[in-house]
Ligand binder design. Structure first.
Ligand code: FA5
Length: 340
């Protein structure tokens, strides 16, 4: 009687194992047949009722059946694993003999590109390209530029202050001072670089942006010389004469001082958020170097004079490429950058 049950149980379970389609199916067979409350466990309970020699014989049968089921389940499990591996190998197959895809080439950032073009232009005009620290002393950023501690002009450039009297430079003008101190006159230099201001950001104002300082110190330098170089700069960038206007501007380090504005190339004049509805964009303040500034850097203003300008390089990039929001430029968004 028990022999029959064991045989039926074995063949039934083997059939289920053979037709199992997943590990879950197999597990269900294992629980039904071999689990603690499974059918084999039920049969084992009945063993107790048999005579000792009969119990030994049926017990053996039971163990053999159990072993066969376990082996069959193990074999089926391996089949599943092999099939999964084969499917993966097929899906992830790579032909190593194919030529490698070419590496993706990037390109220069629009601001870098304009910076390099201007460096090339000014080098051809006899200017040196100089660099200065982004972490500056208060002296070089303000005092040596004729901006004493209590002067309201300091507030015009909201500053990120650091420890120990240092700050993040608010403009590239401290490089004027450093070049005059180091090199003395005659001097022709430009200094492109990153500057920082603690101010609220909008379509035309960033907290981190680029300027390009220009300076010439020589004998009998005039506003006409200054205008010549500034026009050369704009013609080089726009490849045509751009509409500009010059108006008086106040900076303690120049006298006289001017603001050179460019007609807004985003709206063409009627007004937009970039030009604050004015039709003009402040681009390049400039002027003749203040005698105090020359004197503080050890240059005799009776013998030498000069001009200086501070070009808003980031704004120039916006004008040239028609970018209507300055915040795109530093966003690191490739969808934006890939357009240039
Ligand atoms: C200066 O920074 C002076 N150092 C310029 C100068 C140099 C004057 C030499 C005279 C002689 P200003 O704060 O205006 O000036 O900034 C110069 C230019 O930087 C502006 O015309 C504008 O184009 C640009 N700029 C100023 N603030 C921002 C800003 N938050 N985001 C982007 N560009 C700015």
């Amino acid at each position: 009687m028990l022999d029959r049950s064991i045989e039926e149980l074995e063949s039934g379970s083997l059939a289920r194992i053979a037709s199992a389609e997943s590990l879950a199916d197999l597990e269900a067979v294992r629980v039904d047949a071999l689990g603690r409350k499974g059918t084999l466990a039920q049969v084992s309970k009945d063993l107790g009722r048999l005579a000792p020699d009969e119990r030994a014989r049926v017990g053996k049968l039971l163990n053999t059946a159990k072993q066969r089921l376990e082996d069959a389940m193990e074999a089926r499990k391996r089949q599943f694993e092999e099939a999964a591996l084969r499917a993966r190998l097929y899906a992830e197959w790579i032909d190593l003999t194919l030529p490698a895809p070419g590496s993706r080439r990037g390109h220069l950032h629009p601001v870098t590109r304009i910076q390099r073009e201007l460096e090339e232009l000014f080098v051809s005009l006899g200017f040196a390209v100089l660099d200065g620290p982004e972490v500056e002393t208060e002296y070089h950023n303000f005092d040596a530029l004729n901006i004493p501690p209590e002067h309201p002009a300091r507030d015009a450039q909201d500053t990120f202050w650091l420890d120990g009297g240092h700050l993040l430079r608010t403009h590239t003008s401290p490089v004027q001072v450093r070049s005059m101190e180091r090199l003395g006159p005659p001097l022709r230099m430009i200094a492109p670089g990153r500057v920082f201001r603690n101010e609220s950001v909008d379509a035309s104002h960033e907290h981190t942006f680029y300027q390009l300082e220009g300076m010439m110190v020589d004998r009998e330098v005039s506003v006409a010389h200054m205008l010549y170089f500034m026009k050369a700069l704009l013609t080089d960038i726009f490849q045509r004469e751009a509409a500009v206007r010059l108006r008086p501007g106040y900076f303690p380090f120049v006298e006289p001082g001017f603001e050179l504005d460019i007609q807004c190339l985003i709206c063409g004049g009627p007004g937009c958020p970039v030009c604050k509805q004015s039709g003009w964009v402040e681009l390049m303040p400039c002027g003749l170097v203040h005698p105090n500034v020359l004197r503080m850097s050890g240059i005799d203003p009776e013998e030498w004079n000069g001009f200086a300008f501070g070009l808003g390089l980031t704004r120039l990039a916006m004008m040239r490429y028609g970018i209507d929001d300055i915040r795109y430029l530093q966003s690191g968004d490739l969808r934006f950058l890939e357009q240039f």
